[in-house]
Design a protein around this ligand. Structure first.
Ligand SMILES: NC(=O)c1ccc[n+]([C@@H]2O[C@H](COP(=O)([O-])OP(=O)(O)OC[C@H]3O[C@@H](n4cnc5c(N)ncnc54)[C@H](OP(=O)(O)O)[C@@H]3O)[C@@H](O)[C@H]2O)c1
Length: 318
């Protein structure tokens, strides 16, 4: 697999990365998650499953791994895997995020799965937890679903600058119909006359490509760009019939998930596209995207962003 720089951040990433949101805790909101993890919901079984996914990803050449404090035990599963496999920090780029606290207590039917708190105090405590688990492997620390308000919170920005000055790249992820505005705002944030954010992680997929121009601007400004939700949480797979048919007409003979990921990989501003695979079979299918050439014209299946994000917020945890 091709490796490249994550923009001007100084970090190296593979073109496809692996996100751990679906495998660090028993519940998630992707469409078929309940079935994906059936029989593997105990901590030990889920860690074993996650390690098998990480082994397959490593074998395929994936070198960027994406976690968050709120992804259950994702950081610990990753740290244990890195240590048992003897992988050195220089061989890999690990990113994590702060801002949401995991509150489901390993239950799928929990009333609240995560609580958002983008205060400086929460940054301090979560950074200390993340570095306690990941140590020197932690190379990128991102605000989880940044808002316009946190990008104006001087206490948070100053603290992020201290983290940056210790050698950890500081980034942000964005979500929702306001992604483009937040990305453009983040490009302008400076602390000590230097741009604060080394990377941005955003949703871009064939149903919701509206952040494309803002992501291009971020890339041109020197930020690394990480694409998440390239499969629209499982909608750009064989699961949604009309979408799968459109993808089959666009790239005949290619599995819909590989076609959708290939479309994201072909964006010139995308440094790394995340696979959010929940099983080794899904990962194997996703990996075909790396070898899939893409025509210049994309299939016209984009939805109105407000409609897309309203469907996204109605997904249930399974
Ligand atoms: N705000 C944020 O910062 C944020 C938000 C979301 C995600 N992320 C990051 O982005 C990563 C990817 O996000 P995501 O998991 O939401 O993205 P996604 O790539 O849009 O969806 C992944 C899901 O698609 C389904 N899938 C994948 N391959 C398949 C196949 N071959 N056949 C059938 N279904 C298949 C699986 O779900 P089912 O089987 O359950 O349908 C899988 O969990 C996460 O792990 C996380 O690291 C960050």
């Amino acid at each position: 697999m091709d490796t490249r720089s994550l923009g001007g951040s100084g970090l190296t990433v593979s073109s496809l990365g692996l996100g751990l949101a679906a495998v660090g805790r028993p519940g998630y909101l992707n469409l078929g998650h309940g079935t994906d993890l059936a029989g593997r919901r105990e901590v030990e079984a889920l860690e074993h499953h996650t390690h098998a996914m990480l082994d397959a990803a490593w074998e395929a050449g994936i070198r960027y791994f994406d976690a968050a404090r709120s992804y259950g035990r994702a950081e610990s599963f990753l740290a244990n895997w890195l240590s048992t496999r003897g992988i050195e920090p220089e061989e890999i780029t690990v990113g994590s995020k702060w801002g949401y606290r995991y509150t489901a207590d390993w239950r799928v039917d929990a009333e609240t799965h995560e609580i958002k708190d983008l205060s400086r105090g929460h940054l301090q405590s979560q950074y200390s937890e993340s570095t306690g688990i990941l140590g020197h492997y932690l190379k990128l620390y991102q605000i989880h679903s940044a808002t316009g308000a946190v990008l104006e919170d001087h206490a948070v920005l100053e603290h992020l600058a201290q983290i940056r000055d210790q050698g950890v790249v500081v980034g942000l992820s964005v979500s929702g119909p306001q992604q483009s505005e937040t990305i453009r705002q983040a490009i302008q944030v400076r602390v000590g006359a230097v741009r604060l954010f080394g990377s941005v992680q955003a949703t871009w997929n064939l149903l919701e490509p509206s952040a494309g121009p803002a992501l291009r601007a971020a890339h041109e400004a020197g930020m690394g760009v990480i694409v998440k939700e390239a499969l629209a949480n499982g909608r750009l797979t064989a699961r949604e019939g009309s979408v799968a048919q459109a993808l089959e007409r666009w790239l005949p003979g290619t599995a819909p998930d590989a076609a959708a990921l290939a479309a994201a990989l072909a964006r010139p501003w995308a440094d790394v596209v995340l696979s959010g695979a929940a099983t080794p079979d899904q990962l194997a299918s996703n990996l075909a995207s790396v070898e899939t050439p893409v025509p210049g014209e994309l299939p016209s299946i984009a939805e109105d962003p407000e409609r897309y994000w309203s469907k996204r917020s109605s997904l249930t945890w399974t």
